[in-house]
Design a protein around this ligand. Structure first.
Ligand code: ATP
Ligand code: MG
Length: 396
């Protein structure tokens, strides 16, 4: 019965003359989200409304709604019926048929909320409300009208075509990806960084990613896990250019020459530097990490300050005030959790010290890093030159 979805978008409607850019990005992201699906769809923008219309009868309703729920900028998804204007009698008949199919139990209150956007329609909005209400009451004696707190509100919009709907399924909110520049996500195989990428993308930011691995200390499967995570979040963020950096020689060099309790901090600083190199190459306007204050030794205020020192781009840490459980809740919601908890080794845990510093002093870190002068520049250069870049997109 429903072949169409009316898309409601909130925040972007207030953007004045940028409105068109936002709507175009939204349409593009909707097409991207629907692309892997079996069914064929048309996405239509008309008079401040976006409609998704299924082109074949047998499209999968649940799957379509789930795909639309990955599109940032969508506030509500309304399964709607779109009909040509064939006179009021026909409209009333269609609506009665719709209510009959949609609500098995007719013991409910309702109201009709009509909007006449096409002014040459022979009835005014209040007249449509009244007259449709009457036809519905006649057809279903168990129903009654309640204009203040109805169980069901039936929306009827009179445009070139007419659409009606009575259900609004929540969308993810936020803003369409592509309306707010791009940023470089430091993506590990953990729980936090995919969530961090998701949250920044939700504000309209397109995402690139960098992953550091340390073969043969980390396995091919650990790398595959990160590719899989990138693929999961690419459902929401759009295609991700994933940079896979071989960090082994850099790490071994740090391991050999620096105090072990400072390893993680110094490694992080080099990671940030290399990620920033690729960020600049891609025109990214910031770095993103999954850090949250105090979660581990390398995320105390002192450690974050030490890591931050080497960055010139702003570093966005959307999880900064989140507890682990709050992060897990989002991770589960976006479908990343099961993959994130797969037990593969991470390059940082392999070289981790028993007692890492929790309050690194910048002066000490600088002194330790002096011991790396001479060959570290060359190792970083090689790591950059040998980086593998793959374009990650959702699976068909
Ligand atoms: P996550 O769950 O995201 O791995 P975590 O709790 O394990 O986070 P850390 O390992 O301290 O925390 O990492 C902090 C942040 O540093 C990560 O969220 C990520 O942004 C970045 N990071 C850590 N390891 C890597 C890596 N191997 N490749 C890319 N980024 C990394
Ligand atoms: Mg980690």
């Amino acid at each position: 019965m429903y072949r169409a979805f009316l898309i409601k978008y909130g925040e972007i409607a207030i953007k004045g003359k940028n409105r068109h850019l936002f709507e175009d990005a939204l349409v593009r992201q909707i097409r991207y989200a629907l692309n892997p699906l079996e069914g064929k769809f048309e996405v239509i923008k008309q008079q401040g409304r976006i409609f998704v219309e299924a082109k074949n009868e047998d499209f999968d309703y649940e799957e379509t709604v789930a795909a639309l729920q990955t599109v940032f900028g969508i506030v509500g998804i309304c399964p709607a019926v779109l009909v040509e204007d064939q006179g009021f009698d026909q409209l009333a008949e269609d609506i009665i048929h719709y209510l009959d199919e949609t609500y098995a139990d007719k013991h409910m209150t309702f109201k009709v909320e009509a909007r006449r956007a096409r002014k040459n329609y022979p009835k005014t909005s209040p007249e449509i409300n009244m007259d449709l209400g009457e036809r519905i009451l006649n057809a279903f004696p168990d129903m009654s009208v309640d204009v203040h707190h109805p169980d069901v509100t039936l929306y009827v919009e009179i445009r070139e075509q007419i659409n009606f709907y009575s259900e609004i399924i929540p969308g993810p909110g936020g803003m369409p990806v592509g309306t707010n520049g791009r940023a470089m996500l430091l993506l590990s195989g953990g729980i936090d960084s995919p969530v961090a990428g998701y949250m920044i993308a939700k504000r309209g930011v397109a995402i690139d990613a960098t992953y550091f691995h340390a073969p043969p200390y980390t396995s091919e499967r650990a790398k595959q896990k990160v590719v899989d995570l990138a693929r999961i979040i690419s459902k929401y963020t759009g295609p991700i250019r994933l940079h896979i950096v071989n960090f082994t020689d850099c790490q071994l060099n740090i391991y050999e020459k620096c105090p072990h309790e400072e390893l993680t901090i110094i490694m992080r600083r080099y990671m940030m530097e290399i990620a920033e190199h690729f960020a600049n190459e891609n025109g990214d306007l910031g770095l993103i990490t999954g850090e949250s204050i105090g979660q581990v030794a390398s995320q105390t205020m002192h450690s974050l300050m030490a890591t931050n020192e080497v960055c010139n781009l702003p570093v966005y840490r959307p999880l900064i005030g989140f507890d682990k459980q709050e992060i897990i809740t989002v991770s589960e919601k976006i479908g990343a959790y099961e993959t994130s908890i797969l037990p593969f080794e991470d390059c940082c845990t392999i070289f981790v010290a028993k007692h890492p510093v929790t309050k690194p002093r910048l002066q000490n870190i600088h002194n330790s890093e002096k011991k790396l002068v001479g060959n570290m520049e060359e190792l970083v250069k090689t790591a950059i030159e040998t980086t593998e870049v793959i374009l990650v997109e959702p699976e068909e």
